[in-house]
Design a protein around this ligand. Structure first.
Ligand SMILES: NC(=O)c1ccc[n+]([C@@H]2O[C@H](COP(=O)([O-])OP(=O)(O)OC[C@H]3O[C@@H](n4cnc5c(N)ncnc54)[C@H](O)[C@@H]3O)[C@@H](O)[C@H]2O)c1
Length: 271
């Protein structure tokens, strides 16, 4: 499909976006709809989900991504209503609250975060393969910068995102081996301003101070926007990335490109 196609870059595609009621998922849903897709917003937040679906002139589906029965039901509904699925964005995820370091995190928390962030991606891919293997499709899994490096005070989150990154490659290779017309790639954002970050940065003056402090450590010296992540997802969802599978697209303002302990950075600062 040509980029200039007036019908849109994902025209007539059926797209499911999990966690589409808010944040990055909502931005993805909006952009896919703007580019011609019929969008299904899946979320556990029914109130926000219904509003979001109205906004994109799409459909809302109550879906708890960690629950297999919920995926089965969603898959049946999509089959009955649309007969196919072309794009799945496995976006829903949580960070976890309270102690999240390897020494103090509880097993219950560890399991909960893995269920929502990683079981979800396994289940989403499993059911999407069934819905996509005849009509063709693209799966985009939302990993994170934290799926590539360790995060000492968000250890379960980092573990889930590393799992998402690796499972993406297994799904991509499996589909290629089976000759299924399905691609699967991961996106790795960092420091994107959504509710997830707002909860960590605090409020009022604390928010401003934390925002400034964190931004100073990002090479591009600013947070990213949800649209900047949505644009990466759109590329992977569309035929523009037709030879790309099992890959990872980093959207992090340069964070993973280097290290703060690099000698030239430290020396330059002193000069
Ligand atoms: N914001 C960032 O800087 C950042 C960085 C890296 C990765 N990510 C990833 O991007 C994704 C979206 O993050 P966000 O910042 O937009 O978060 P957000 O909290 O703004 O939105 C998350 C959405 O997921 C939904 N959700 C939560 N649990 C669910 C469940 N069990 N089933 C279905 N929906 C559920 C929520 O209701 C919400 O609508 C997450 O996977 C997150 O880990 C975000």
């Amino acid at each position: 499909m040509a980029v200039t196609d007036k019908k849109g870059r994902v025209a007539d595609k059926i797209a499911l976006v999990t966690g589409g009621a808010d944040g990055i998922g909502l931005a993805v849903a909006k952009l896919l709809a703007q580019e011609g897709a019929k969008v299904i917003i899946a979320d556990i937040n029914d109130a926000k989900g219904v509003l979001a679906a109205k906004l994109v002139r799409g459909t809302f589906l109550h879906l708890d991504v960690s629950n297999e029965a919920s995926w089965q039901e969603a898959s049946n509904k999509i089959k009955a209503k649309f007969g196919r699925l072309n794009i799945l964005v496995n976006n829903a995820g949580i960070l976890g609250q309270g102690a999240q370091d390897p020494e103090h995190v509880t097993l219950a928390d560890w399991r909960k975060i893995h269920a929502i962030n990683l079981d979800s991606v396994f289940l989403g891919c499993k059911y999407a393969i069934g819905l996509m293997k005849k009509s063709g499709g693209s799966i985009v899994n939302m990993s994170s910068r934290s799926g590539i490096v360790g995060v000492p005070f968000a250890a379960p989150y980092a573990s889930t995102k590393a799992g998402v990154r690796n499972h993406t490659k297994s799904v991509a290779l499996y589909c290629a081996a089976k000759n299924y017309p399905i691609r699967c790639n991961s996106v790795h954002p960092a420091s994107i301003m959504t509710e997830m970050w707002k909860a960590m940065l605090g409020t009022g003056q604390t928010f401003k101070k934390n925002l400034k402090h964190h931004s100073e450590h990002i090479p591009m010296k600013r947070f990213g926007t949800v649209l900047e992540v949505a644009q990466a997802v759109l590329f992977l969802a569309s035929a523009e990335s037709s030879y790309t599978t099992g890959s990872e697209l980093v959207v992090d303002g340069g964070t993973l490109a280097g290290t703060l302990t690099s000698p030239d950075t430290n020396i330059k600062k002193k000069v």
